[in-house]
Write a protein that binds this ligand. Structure first.
Ligand SMILES: Cc1cc2nc3c(=O)[nH]c(=O)nc-3n(C[C@H](O)[C@H](O)[C@H](O)COP(=O)(O)O)c2cc1C
Length: 325
């Protein structure tokens, strides 16, 4: 069983992934979606650079032109990514205007052509992330038709967000919460396509949910819970890979070192570009609020992670030393 952290725009940038990698040495990490236009016409380094420690790492692409996707996949392979993933699940208006993301699910022949073109361009695996259906389409035949057409050209890994996407009427955020989850359909998909690697995504927020899906799919992708409560990643690592829990001092030291190094090499980087991904670190712990506040209010400086940690520790130890604690 494989575990991964989902692609999340504005969230899973390289700094976030570096932080997640400290917590989860074995999980596959995904980039934010990068459009083919951004890679072909934009600053490739800005979109593709990463720290070697982030491996294993998948690049998620957004696009619908087989030629542009092939070029972009090749950039990703040359940059050192381990996998290229095509976004067929994002319902935002901006993405729909570009005719990619979830609306691609209505065009499985085009997706098949895109995948084939990427597969011809690179040697690393090309995978698909999709929903169970879009709009009024009936879920099972729609999903099965999609998976069949794409797998027929040799794509073997599908990450399925177990919700429909409504392309009109719901915002992207609503589309992550309102359409009901249907894990059973994803489990059935695995049963009916046993040779494919099927990964479940959507609403996985506890070990209980993971245990209920264990053995019924090949992998589980965690999105918001990984970001908002990063200790969840250490629980997964510990239970499913046997990784010892990391010490919080080690995480702080490692991230402080990373921040200082990045500030030396990236002149326009602001410390909060890195620290903003760490606000959930002490979620639920006494002093967690002090940590969050310190990260958002301390003046930006290379040592702000240490300073925020000191603030957290003094709050946390005050609680432990008080007579009522
Ligand atoms: C802030 C945010 C940005 C997202 N950006 C992307 C994206 O770039 N590509 C993508 O395929 N899915 C994106 N998603 C969807 C997630 O990858 C995932 O499918 C969704 O959040 C459901 O999983 P979860 O319930 O574990 O969060 C995004 C989700 C969030 C919360």
């Amino acid at each position: 069983m494989e575990f991964s952290v989902a692609p999340m725009m504005d969230w899973t940038d390289r700094h976030c992934r570096y932080f997640h990698r400290i917590l989860a040495p074995n999980m596959l990490l995904y980039t934010e979606m990068v459009t083919t236009g951004a890679l072909i016409f934009g600053d490739k380094s800005r979109h593709l650079d990463f720290n070697k420690k982030e491996h294993p790492l998948a690049l998620q692409l957004g696009g619908s032109s087989p030629e542009d996707l092939a070029k972009s996949a090749k950039f990703g392979e040359d940059w050192g990514y381990n996998e290229i993933n095509l976004n067929c699940g994002c319902p935002s208006n901006r993405v729909q205007k570009g005719s990619f993301g979830a609306c691609l699910m209505a065009e499985p022949d085009l997706v098949a052509a895109c995948i084939k073109s990427m597969q011809d361009a690179v040697k690393i695996p090309v995978t698909v992330k999709c929903r169970i259906a879009i709009d009024d389409f009936e879920e099972e035949p729609f999903l099965y038709d999609f998976i069949k057409k794409i797998s027929d050209i040799g794509c073997t890994t599908f990450i399925v967000h177990a919700r429909k996407a409504w392309l009109k009427g719901l915002s992207p955020k609503e589309n992550r919460d309102i359409p009901p989850l249907n894990y059973d359909l994803v489990f059935k998909l695995k049963e009916d396509f046993p040779n494919l690697s099927i990964h479940l995504n959507g609403g996985v927020t506890s070990r209980g949910i993971i245990n209920s899906a264990y053995g019924k799919v090949d992998g589980i992708m965690i999105g918001r819970e990984a970001y908002q409560n990063p200790w969840f990643l250490t629980e997964i690592e510990n239970e499913f890979y046997g990784t010892p829990f990391p010490h919080e001092e080690v995480i702080i030291e490692n991230m402080s070192k990373y921040l200082k190094n990045m500030l030396k090499t990236q002149t326009n980087l602001r410390p909060r570009n890195v620290t903003r991904h760490m606000t959930g670190l002490f979620k639920g712990a006494y002093g967690g609020k002090t940590w969050r506040q310190a990260l958002s209010t301390l003046p930006e400086s290379p040592d702000m992670i240490e300073k925020a940690y000191e603030a957290y520790l003094s709050k946390n130890s005050a609680a432990h030393n008080s007579p009522s604690a």
